[in-house]
Ligand binder design. Sequence first.
Ligand code: NDP
Length: 214
Amino acid sequence: MHVLITGANRGIGAELAAAYRARGAEVTATARDAAGCLALDVTDPVSVKVLADKMGDRAVDLLICNAGVYLDKGQSLEDGFAPELWAATFAVNVTGVFLTVQALLPNLARSAAPKIAIVASQMGSSTRNTGGSYIYRASKAAAINLGRNLATDLAPRGIAVGIYHPGWVRTDMGGTGADIGTDEAVAGLVERFAALAVATTGCFETWDGRAHAF
Ligand code: NDP
C-alpha cells in the first residue's frame, strides 16, 4: 500500500507516517520544508504540480490531507480575525485540500481501492456552534463540505472519501492540555481509514469510531 500524507513533518501527520511505515506501507511523507519529506506546500499550485510530476504514474492508495493551520486561536471579536488570516487559513485548510486531491487524481485512479482521508475537525460541524475561532471553524466546515462533494463526484470512479475528526490531540496546534496523544489519535485514524470504502464514502467520523453530525 502506498500512502501519501500532507503536513507529515510534525504532529498528527508525522505520527501517521510512522504508523504506516511500522505497518509495512510505502509512505510518501510530504511537508513544506522538512528533511526526510518530499516538498509540498499545499497552498502553492506550482509545488503541488511538482509533487504530482514526481509521483509520475505511481499508484496512490491512500491520500491523507492532514496539513492544517489554526491561525485565529484566541483572537478577539472586537479587533481580531484580520482578512489576511481568513485568506491564509482557507488557502491551507480548504484550497490546499482541493489542489492536492485534484493533482493526485491520476495516481489515485491507478490504485485498486483508492481512498482520500480529509482531516477536518469537529469545530467545522454545524452542530457545534460554540462561538469563537470563526476562521478555523469556517475553514473546517468548508473542508467537510468539500469532502462531501468530492465523495459524490468520485464514487463513480471507485474513489472513497472520508472526513475525520482526530480528537483533541496534544500537538503544536492542540496544545499540551489536549485530551489525547498523537499515538492514540493515529491508532484510531488508521483503523477508520482501513474501514473506509465506496459504500461508506462521504462519512464524517471521529478517531474513535463514532459517526459525527455534519
Ligand atoms: P500541527 O500544527 O502540529 O501540524 C500542522 C501540520 O500542517 C504541520 O506539518 C505543518 O507544516 C503543516 N502545514 C501547515 N501549512 C502547510 C502548507 N501550506 N503546506 C503543507 N503543510 C502545511 O497540527 P496537528 O498535527 O495537530 O493537526 C493536523 C490536522 O489535524 C490539521 O488539519 C488540524 O486542523 C487537524 N486537527 C487537529 C486537532 C488537534 O487537537 N491537534 C483537532 C482537530 C483537527 P509546517 O511545519 O511547515 O508548519
